[in-house]
Design a protein around this ligand. Structure first.
Ligand code: CA
Length: 434
């Protein structure tokens, strides 16, 4: 396809993506891992960098709350409206389905009326802080592609922190701080995602944008702005993905910034709607969340275009002779060359960086073996193994040339072995056969 046409199509997709609020289709590149092509050697594979499509990641998570008994309704409790302490018609009873507010209601299908939501117990232990950790775990590395959006049914919290883990919840890093008063709550100057530049993109900021006063029907969402950050490289409508992909390819910190295995929402102080907490009506203060949106894709190191949910776990369907949950290593028989992730560049197909077994320049195939399509050595009679390094006679008790030897082939001399070791020393991944 010609470049101008491709760009025009991209622009058209960009407009469509913007208009329908779907994720822009430019991410749709890299949807094919390999294709068959005819060459001088006949039918061979052409390998390309590939990645799964972005999807709604809330379908695949596990949610855990701390403290575990923080969900309302056990015992049943009646809540009052924040803006009117005499309007107390919000009842929570865990033993009645219609009145229960369990955590899964943060991830169910939205669009129902009335909305469904998780709700905490009220702040009855005031002035002890009302602390809740909501942990979302995927047990798989994923890459965020769109804003995280948390919709509150209650007033938005006056203080909260969004954290991420890259190691399945062992260690945590803050993603963003949220407060009505950042200096007071976290001794941080308030900033917004719009203040960020390419140089400060990785800064962890405190924002007051999502905590301002309680408004009954509006301003119910708290966001973590992924798109604003991506737009710093890709342009305001994410039209220049080549620039973004180039950066993601070369800047590991940037790639890691959007990569997570877990998210943790730390709710630190509920909405009070006033400077003073009304100690006589503590049932006005609680957290309630109706929806959490997390869009992303499985991280497969550009070696898979699909990711399946198997046995309660997301797994990349790896191509390019790679394996592992993230396609993070060479397959057992394809370790002749060191593993590396695929590359987004050059646009639009990228580079697969496939794990090769052999090539003719390095003469990896031993003992007269011939390298076929970089994928396997075709061994001469009497030898086997990934690199044809094993003489057939090796396993015979009497050694080569013994009475059991069918072909009377010779064992490799020490010079042979030295050559083999020298050849292998150029690769970090050793053949599994050795
Ligand atoms: Ca819901």
């Amino acid at each position: 396809m010609h470049w101008p046409l491709l760009l025009a199509l991209e622009a058209a997709w960009a407009g469509l993506g913007q208009a329908t609020q779907h994720y822009p289709a430019m991410w749709g590149h890299y949807d094919v891992c390999k294709s068959q092509v005819y060459s001088d050697e006949g039918l061979t594979w052409d390998y390309m960098a590939c990645q799964p499509e972005a999807a709604d990641m809330t379908k695949y998570l596990r949610v855990a709350l701390e403290p575990t008994n923080i969900t309302c309704g056990d015992p049943a409790e009646t809540y009052c409206a924040l803006e009117n302490p005499y309007m107390c018609n919000n009842e929570c009873d865990a033993s009645t389905k219609e009145l229960a507010h369990p955590p899964e209601l943060m991830f169910d299908f939205e669009g129902r009326n009335p909305t469904t939501f998780w709700q905490s117990t009220s702040w009855r232990k005031y002035p002890k802080p009302l602390l809740v950790n909501i942990t979302l775990s995927w047990n798989k590395t994923i890459e965020l592609t769109d804003d995280i959006v948390i919709t509150f049914e209650s007033g938005r919290p006056e203080q909260m922190v969004l954290e991420k883990s890259l190691d399945y919840g062992r260690t945590w890093l803050p993603y963003q701080f949220y407060a009505t008063d950042c200096l007071d709550a976290f001794t941080m100057e308030p900033r917004t995602a719009q203040d960020l530049t390419q140089h400060t993109l990785l800064d962890v900021i405190c924002t007051e944008e999502y905590s301002r006063g309680y408004v009954w029907k509006y301003d119910k969402t708290v966001r973590f702005e992924i798109k604003d950050r991506l737009a710093l490289f890709a342009g305001p409508r994410l039209h220049n993905m080549a620039s973004l992909y180039g950066q993601l390819d070369t800047t590991k910190n940037l790639r890691d910034f959007f990569t997570i295995t877990d998210l943790r929402i730390k709710l630190l102080r509920p909405a009070t709607g006033a400077t003073m907490v009304d100690e006589n009506n503590l049932s006005r203060y609680f957290y309630a969340i109706s929806d959490i949106k997390v869009q992303g894709r499985c991280k497969c190191n550009l070696h898979a275009n699909s990711c399946v949910f198997d046995k309660e776990k997301l797994v990349c369907e790896c191509e390019h002779n790679t394996t592992g949950p993230d396609c993070g290593r060479c397959k057992r028989s394809y370790q002749g060359r060191v593993w590396s992730p695929g590359s987004y560049l050059p646009i639009p197909k990228g580079t697969a960086n496939i794990s090769q077994v052999c090539d003719d320049e390095l003469l990896r195939c031993q003992n007269g073996g011939v390298c076929l399509s970089n994928l396997r050595c075709q061994c001469t009679v009497g030898f086997s193994g990934v690199l044809c390094e094993k003489p057939h006679c090796e396993s015979e008790a009497a050694g080569c040339g013994g009475p059991d030897s069918a072909r009377n082939t010779s064992c490799p001399s020490s010079a042979h072995l030295l050559l083999l070791l020298l050849a292998l020393a150029t690769a970090s991944c050793w053949p599994a056969a050795l």
